[in-house]
Design a protein around this ligand. Sequence first.
Ligand SMILES: Cc1ncc(C[n+]2csc(CCOP(=O)(O)OP(=O)(O)O)c2C)c(N)n1
Length: 638
Amino acid sequence: MIIPGKYLSEINNSSDLKKLNEKELIALSQELRQFLIDNVSVYGGHFSANLGVVELTVALHYVFNTPEDQLVWDVGHQAYGHKILTGRRDSFHTNRIYGGLSGFPKRSESIYDTFGVGHSSTSISAALGMAVASKYKNQNDKNHIAVIGDGALTAGMAFEAMNHAGVSNTNLLIILNDNCMAIDPNVGALKEYLTNITTSQAYNKMKDDMWKLMGKLGKMGPVAQSIASKLEGGLKSTLLKHSNLFESLNLRYFGPVDGHDLPNLLSVLSDLKNIPGPKILHCITTKGKGFPLAEQNQTLWHAPGLFDKVTGVIRKKEFTSPQAPKYQDVFGHTLVELAKANLKIMGITPAMPSGSSMNIMMEQMPNRAFDVGIAEQHAVTFSAGLATQGLIPFCNIYSSFMQRAYDQLIHDVAIQKLHVVFCLDRAGVAGADGPTHHGVYDLAYMRCIPNMIVSAPMDEEELRNLMFTAQAKNHGPFVIRYPRGQGVMPVWRTKMIEIPIGKGRIIQEGSDIAILSIGHPGNMVKEACLLLKEEEIELAHYDMRFVKPLDEPMLHAVFQKFDKIITVEDGCLQGGFGSAILEFMADHQYAARIVRLGIPDKVVEHGEQSELYKECGYDANAIVETAKSLVEIVLKKI
Ligand SMILES: Cc1ncc(C[n+]2csc(CCOP(=O)(O)OP(=O)(O)O)c2C)c(N)n1
């Protein structure tokens, strides 16, 4: 366990913080920053975003009356300091570890975690909901604060919320934590607008002076308040001349302020606390603040894994199969290879260029690959627009983030049968990020949509073949989902071949039980087959490759030969691949004993992927046990 500094060791809640003076708070911030460095270097997790909000975190908990005042962190990857100051310092070494603290705010973990997060751009809506509830309950002294990054602000949802907040007359404070970064550099016109507003010095000075005065007047009774409101009117028309986006939405705009200047933050936030109504404070921060390497390469240090805090050397992950590449890299390189040969191919990512390896195409073909910001809905409909013009968009979205764009999938792509290729990365259990990031619903939510082709490769070579197939002809919408992390094949740059749509393949012939797998878990089945050789149970293994359309001829053959069947998938059992097989069986009046392995109907928490497979009961050992008991049950019956 990491030993906290002298002040930090005394802080167990926000009341403890209020006992410190300004100097001590500055010392506490330094200790908190060091504690973060010490912990993340040894136990892993999100790094640079947390270093960037140290002063803000201390100031917010000091000035506001948390947990009564509601503090909502957007995404929540930057809330480590918040956790450490609110009772979780001594358990922080369990952050993101199986059974330990969640890497994101979580309501069941602490009263200070007002809202569960993980996906971005929800904070303003949630805080506004809380603010409207307080107003309804006449709790007019309560404050509601949303801390949102400039990256998260690019999402439509944040704008939907501001549109509502501007006419809500509630005590809502939006803290815009502007560090010019998402995971990769932030993109788009909004980013440029925020930079312009930040660098316009004369304008900012005038505005600064006026709102300082307003803050003071606001505290001084009705006459002074009326002067303040007149001043504000004047300020607003001046701001409108500069067409301040936020003021135009009826949100009082304050700042920009230096988000690392703790004394100033304390004074600004204390002033804002006394100004009623919806408002926004624009804070400029540096991602990675206080750890020079992280300040220099903010993307690498977003979540660097384990590292030496003195030398800054990042420890290489130990892979099970050292030469096998990550699926995401196979995607990235294959896309470029395909795009060189097929000029219709375009690449789209909503804010995950390095996470999805779309950055490889963005670097080599900048006019054909787009980071559209944290905007999954837009990414899907933008792809649909490209497809109407005969282009072939490869829209890469993490499986769990695709949930955001469900209507767009159906309404804008599937109904119109547009040729968009959806590559869903991080499908299946995602690991330490936990329930908000597991991509476990996609097979179920995709296979009920007409016109969709839904596929999952068992290894890297299959990923390449499916990508090749998806662009070779116009098949309409085509989904390829694959997991986080490493594949299994050291040699994967083989010549790609076209796979017939809806065609599975036989991996191993056998006579006792048929195992039908979809995607990467097929490798667990392979392992199980080896283990079962010693038990003298002969498994037949079919890699179905497609959940939609199903390989019906293959399934007829399976049901005619076997009365014991196991299905394996890295997705939810409700409505997923196994359900599709049960439907097939019922539709064709077959009878067999079927056991479905996959994710049960519960929220799967965080941990190593292997721990979660085990917990859910679909790793190689679980497959072995299931096969054995299936044989036993059937034997007993006979
Ligand atoms: C809906 C959704 N899409 C993508 C992500 C992945 N993601 C996590 S953090 C992040 C960047 C957030 O940038 P910003 O809000 O500016 O915060 P910063 O990390 O810069 O502090 C992204 C894209 C997500 N969490 N949710």
